[in-house]
Design a protein around this ligand. Structure first.
Ligand code: SAH
Length: 237
């Protein structure tokens, strides 16, 4: 946690915040913070800045002199369409995506996404938001990516995807596709990444019909958690 994220309603009129949750435990057990220390903080959805640790007891930490005037780091102009990952991998993938600065995540159903995944408590929207928060705390960002859940492939790809792609670069990460574009991308981009089993040919065809273009990282098949950071690093160096 490189940034302590605070919610506006937690701040008193005097600019103090009392913490008693995991942030308090992090201050005490990981950072070993002592009264007088300056802490890097950010307002959820707002600016970043600093606060002073005024008091700490086993039960709570009190921050004072809160000043947040700097904007958070810029996001990547990227919407990631991700076939719903295996629940155990979802935390790592969503945390990494937020850490790297994606603007929007669309979790999509696909033929090779096991139906049971959708029922898992690990992939419900509140859990996904908590993975995003971990990514923001790591990266020093304050703005949660937007989350959209599309649990039916065909209506999404036929009815909503074409409009979403308008005016944007639209890429489908596909090991058997075209070579990766070599120039750095600065324009708004939509990138689709398949499930562990890959998109089936019908789905690839539908995504291409909607206006996407394939891109390949080469013949090595990467796990989704490796493919996502590799794709982003290559597309936005
Ligand atoms: N078993 C599948 C691979 C799935 S890997 C198959 O053989 O087709 C999961 C997803 O990660 C893929 O759908 C793709 O979006 C992405 N991915 C993995 N390796 C990739 C590569 N070399 N190039 C582009 N995308 C890749």
């Amino acid at each position: 946690m490189n940034l302590l994220l605070l919610e506006p309603q937690e701040v008193t009129a005097e600019g103090c915040v009392t913490l008693a949750d995991r942030r308090h435990h992090h201050l005490r057990t990981v950072l070993n913070s002592a009264p007088g220390d300056t802490l890097k903080v950010g307002m959820l959805g707002g600016n970043i800045g600093s606060a002073t640790l005024k008091e700490t007891t086993p039960e709570r930490s009190i921050l004072s002199d809160l000043v947040c005037t700097r904007p958070p780091p810029a996001k990547l102009p990227l919407t990631l369409i991700l076939a719903l990952p295996r629940p155990k991998a979802a935390r790592r993938i969503c945390r990494t995506a937020a850490e790297l600065g994606i603007e929007k995540l669309i979790l999509l159903n696909s033929y090779r996404v096991e139906k049971s995944y959708w029922q898992s408590p690990l992939v419900q929207t509140e859990r996904i938001a908590s993975y995003f928060l971990e990514g923001l705390e790591q990266a020093g960002d304050t703005v949660l990516p937007e989350l959209i859940v599309e649990n039916r492939f065909k209506p999404f790809v036929e009815d909503r995807l074409p409009a979403l792609l308008e005016g944007k670069r639209a890429l489908l990460a596909h090991p058997y596709g075209d070579a990766i574009p070599t120039e750095a991308i600065t324009e708004p981009t939509v990138l689709a990444v398949g499930p562990e089993g890959g998109f089936i040919p019908y789905e690839v065809e539908k995504l291409l019909l909607a206006g996407m273009q394939t891109m390949s990282l080469g013949e090595r098949i990467l796990r989704v958690e490796s493919a996502v950071p590799t794709l982003l690093a290559k597309l936005f160096p």
